[in-house]
Write a protein that binds this ligand. Structure first.
Ligand SMILES: Cc1ncc(COP(=O)(O)O)c(C=O)c1O
Length: 471
């Protein structure tokens, strides 16, 4: 989720603390009063989770919710999956040290074996891994530093709508203006390129034509001696933009990015922090296009709900000095055990295929919703990474027919979903896209319930307005 002014000044209709009367009210109040104003999800979801299993979260007040946020896409197997709990318990009972810096351990060995078995062929055979501080953003920092070291260059190519984290290098690569603006000037040397986004096409043409223009523009810019772009250390890209609003890049466009970067000896970094481990319907999102990146940035699901982040990269780039990207918390034994169990389970049970299948059905139903409700401007996604972009159908459409974003409606829909026992978060431009990131273990019945509740919430929020307009 990205910060939007609407979130900073909620009115009383959206204020979750207006009449706190449930069992967790005191906890909510204390945390609201003591935590920083940058707290994020806690603003949108005034619940105190006390129990969770699979896709279901139970609050202190006894209410149960279907969780379509899944720790911002972290929980591939949902909450407290038996194989994850078993791995954690086994490790605890074994007496293994829980903190080991980056020393060699059997748990790390098993994790690396399991992870490398999943990597795209072409990278796995000649890959190196670096364990980072346990957040996606630190792995992005590591990728950028490694590529700068390897190439001796400084700059970075990154995309509109991209999200790569909140530390300074990653923030420089991130596109959201509101979070960059207060700290601008300390950003690295980043050239922003247009990411294909058919609904709000950066070229105003939409469809595959927009993607073709993006590739042509990128190539010409890099080859233009007066284009202003000094040869960069890397290009960083998401195969499906997550926080950017569940926007999948066409496979052909990604192949173009691979060709353009390879021909110019620019390392290609694919940020799979959110797309990895089956989420998009393939184990890694790069598999859809068949490209082999030079670096993959991995976090979230690889830790099986515990914090873990790594980069895997081609051995040719392994030019760091010892300690070049060190850190205290790079050897979390429990996270490695939980991560190994998760990777193994997703692979063995074919859960990427399951994500493609269920996600496809959900997308079809959401498509029907778009045809029915004018406030639904676009539905899109891949696998179980879905987005429903809400718009103001009374506004002026742009050249491609896209209506203005509707952040207020989106915030109301999020609140209406919560009332209906559904946790969904917003993302994309102006925080107007409802994002669905259910766990890969979602049942058919739960998938139906998610779409039913979302449809009901959208209808409930928009019906009074429509009635007002007709009156
Ligand atoms: C694609 C991508 N990269 C990097 C990050 C940053 O990860 P973290 O929040 O663990 O720092 C995120 C987080 O949502 C992400 O979606």
């Amino acid at each position: 989720m990205t910060a939007h002014p609407a979130d900073l000044a909620p009115d009383s209709a959206l204020d979750p603390f207006a009449s706190p009367d449930d069992a967790g009210a005191a906890v909510l109040r204390r945390q609201r009063d003591r935590e920083s104003s940058a707290r994020t999800y806690a603003r949108s979801f005034p619940i105190v989770p006390v129990r969770a299993e699979g896709m279901v979260v139970e609050g202190a007040d006894g209410r149960r919710y279907l969780d379509c946020l899944s720790g911002a896409g972290t929980l591939a197997l949902g909450h407290n999956h038996p194989v994850v709990l078993e791995a954690i318990r086994r490790t605890l009972d074994s007496g293994a040290p829980l903190h080991v810096l980056d020393l060699a351990t059997p748990e790390k060995d098993a994790f690396v074996e399991e992870l490398f078995a999943t990597l795209p062929r072409g990278l796995a055979d000649r890959a190196r891994i670096h364990f980072c501080g346990p957040a996606g953003t630190d792995a992005v920092e590591a990728a950028l530093k490694l590529m700068q070291t390897a190439t001796g260059r400084r700059g970075l190519l990154a995309f509109t709508g991209g999200y790569h984290g909140m530390t300074l290098g990653a923030l420089a690569a991130t596109a959201n203006v509101a979070v960059k603006e207060p700290v601008a000037g300390i950003a690295a040397d980043v050239t922003r390129l247009p990411y294909p986004y058919p609904y709000r096409c950066p070229f105003g043409v939409g469809g595959q034509a927009g993607a073709r223009l993006s590739a042509a523009y990128t190539q010409r810019l890099l080859d233009d001696p007066a284009g202003g772009v000094v040869p960069p250390a890397a290009m960083i890209v998401e195969a499906v933009q997550g926080e950017g609003g569940a926007v999948p890049a066409p496979d052909s466009w990604l192949r173009e990015m691979r060709r353009i970067t390879a021909e110019r000896e620019i390392p290609l970094v694919v940020d799979e922090v959110q797309t990895g481990v089956g989420r998009t319907g393939a184990f890694w999102a790069v598999e859809h296009s068949g490209i082999v990146p030079d670096v993959m940035v991995l976090s979230k699901a690889i830790g099986g709900s515990l914090p873990l982040a790594v980069i895997v990269y081609h051995e040719d780039y392994d030019g760091w000095l010892p300690g070049a990207h060190t850190g205290t918390f790079r050897g979390n034994t429990l996270a490695m055990a939980a991560g190994t169990a998760t990777l193994r389970h997703v692979a063995r049970e074919g859960l990427a295929g399951r994500a493609a299948e269920v996600g496809g059905r959900m997308l079809d139903r959401l498509g029907a919703l778009r045809d029915e409700l004018p406030v639904v401007g676009d539905v899109r996604g891949r696998g179980l990474m879905l987005g429903v972009e809400l718009v103001d159908p009374g506004g002026e459409p742009d050249a491609c027919g896209a209506f203005p974003a509707a952040p207020r409606t989106a915030a109301e829909v999020r609140a209406a979903c919560l009332e209906r026992g559904l946790i969904v978060e917003l993302g994309g431009r102006y925080d107007s896209t409802v994002r669905l990131l259910p766990p890969l273990v979602i049942t058919d019945e739960q998938a139906e319930a998610v779409v039913d509740r979302l449809a009901d919430a959208v209808a409930a929020v928009t019906a009074p307005r429509l009635a007002g307009r007709l009156a």
